[in-house]
Ligand binder design. Sequence first.
Ligand SMILES: C[S@@+](CC[C@H](N)C(=O)[O-])C[C@H]1O[C@@H](n2cnc3c(N)ncnc32)[C@H](O)[C@@H]1O
Length: 226
Amino acid sequence: MQKGTQQMRDWDKARKACESIKSDLLECNNSLWAIEKFDVTEDDSNWFNLQERIGGFQGGSVREIKIGTYTRLVRTRKGSNERIYSKTVMSDTTAETRDLLPLARDAKGEVLIGGLGLGVAIDLVMQDKDVKHVTVIEISQEIIDLVGKHFEDKHGDRLTIINADILEWKAPKNVHYDYCWFDIWDDICADNLKDMTKLKRKYAKKADKKGFWAYGECLRAQRRWG
Ligand SMILES: C[S@@+](CC[C@H](N)C(=O)[O-])C[C@H]1O[C@@H](n2cnc3c(N)ncnc32)[C@H](O)[C@@H]1O
């Protein structure tokens, strides 16, 4: 088979895996985090997709959301005025799972993931028999307490979750990663590029290949707004 045809097939397989992945976490919460189910109606979907198409800063890739029921991870915070502020940091909408395409295509062997979140990235790579073991580095002990056991029970010895800051964590000397995926940011933003450069350097020799959530979109944001 020609190289180009093989590449097309790899992308197609990865795209199908990303489109079909759904979180199986049940609703739960603690003082900092909540797992919630939510519906995307036809109006929500049309509005979101229209905004995506007319550009925003991404201009290039289109992240669309289909109608359906989804799961999201929400960070809650009490403001100084005692009001509760909440922010969705990850969901299994089609727009978010589409962002995992590079991971679905390239992950194999020994994999390192920065950011546990909703664990969608874990479930996605674990479907692939070529993935032998996944190490997840997560900065928030509270999120590990909330969802960690669910994934450890599900994936057994193939998964290790460590509470640490991926920007500072020192990987064991005797381990080499076939693929690293970094997804530690709440939003797509040019500022993320600083962390990405740091992680690229940090794992230059330690990993064969690296992927970063929404890297292209962050670059486009930088080009547009500096
Ligand atoms: C967007 S979520 C990750 C989503 C995840 N990839 C998934 O599939 O559900 C970002 C996660 O990264 C974590 N995080 C943020 N900064 C971090 C850091 N410096 N090191 C490790 N984890 C971090 C957050 O606590 C959060 O759980």
